[in-house]
Design a binder for this molecule. Structure first.
Ligand SMILES: Nc1ncnc2c1ncn2[C@@H]1O[C@H](COP(=O)(O)OP(=O)(O)O)[C@@H](O)[C@H]1O
Ligand SMILES: [Mg+2]
Length: 253
């Protein structure tokens, strides 16, 4: 059994409008595995992504309790360096939002902010990230073109590369392929399959087929609760909870 990278302990969050969005969440995100959070809209999956990299700090939260431990340290502690945390745990959203820079500039920007000055090292890091994101072959002759000139699918992979270039430990992806064509979706899934050798991955899939294709481990989220958690094979082929079974069988959703 792989060891936990992130341990979520009794996490409870209530927004200021009174809505309890996560209620007693308790599970581990295992190192070098793909953990999938799936379930109907409104279950709290995106809120959990926002907790993990502390984007939740920007939301109107009335009450938050519990712990999120990464390598044993509580990410919710007030003295956590949030900038450093977000470098270690990059996030990819469903709509790509490249910076208004060139293809190269979208990747070099974060490295420059981090203090990198060596152009040769930077070129190497940019190429490596673009290769990992299965984009290099399509953009190697277009590095100085505006990122906005890329297709939507290419922009999404650019956003993935922008996370990778910072050499994160964890990658969060919230429905990263929901706006994409099947060819790009396949490329991103190919990337995820390889990437878990190097990173810990937490994925909110855009449908259940993707969930069952990608999940080493999976959690079924319903109205703020984790109904069931297990290996991908167990959850999708042999769910124990009747609500998971109904959802996996397509009886609601
Ligand atoms: N900032 C917020 N303030 C109040 N309610 C919110 C906020 N963000 C999300 N919600 C509500 O919390 C519930 C869970 O949302 P979300 O985390 O986006 O779930 P999911 O990603 O599973 O669809 C939804 O009912 C949503 O309307
Ligand atoms: Mg969501």
């Amino acid at each position: 059994m792989p060891d936990p990278k992130i341990s979520i302990r009794d996490l409870y969050i209530r927004y200021s409008d009174g809505r309890v969005v996560l209620d007693g969440l308790d599970f581990d995100i295992l190192r070098n595995q793909i953990t999938v959070a799936f379930g109907p809209a409104g279950g709290g999956k995106s809120s959990l992504v926002r907790v993990l990299n502390r984007l939740i700090d920007l939301a109107d939260v009335a009450e938050m309790r519990g712990q999120v431990l990464m390598d044993g340290r509580d990410l919710l502690a007030p003295d956590v360096n949030v900038i450093e945390l977000r470098r270690k745990m990059g996030v990819v959203f469903s709509r790509p939002i490249p910076l208004p820079l060139t293809v190269y500039g979208n990747l070099s920007f974060g490295l420059e902010v981090a203090g990198m000055r060596d152009k040769k090292v930077m070129d190497e890091r940019v190429e490596k990230a673009l290769r990992q994101a299965v984009l290099w072959d399509e953009v190697k002759d277009r590095l100085n073109d505006p990122a906005a000139s890329l297709s939507g699918g290419q922009q999404q992979r650019l956003c993935i590369a922008r996370v990778l270039v910072l050499e994160p430990e964890v990658i969060l992806l919230d429905e990263p392929t929901s706006a994409l064509d099947p060819v790009t979706t396949a490329k991103i899934e190919e990337f995820l399959d390889k990437a878990k050798e190097e990173y810990t991955i937490f994925l909110v899939p855009h449908n259940q087929q993707q969930a069952s294709r990608m999940a080493d481990f999976a959690g079924f989220f319903l109205q703020g609760k984790l109904v069931e958690y297990g290996t991908g094979a167990q959850i999708f082929l042999n769910p124990k909870d009747p609500q998971t079974l109904d959802y996996v069988m397509g009886r609601f959703g």
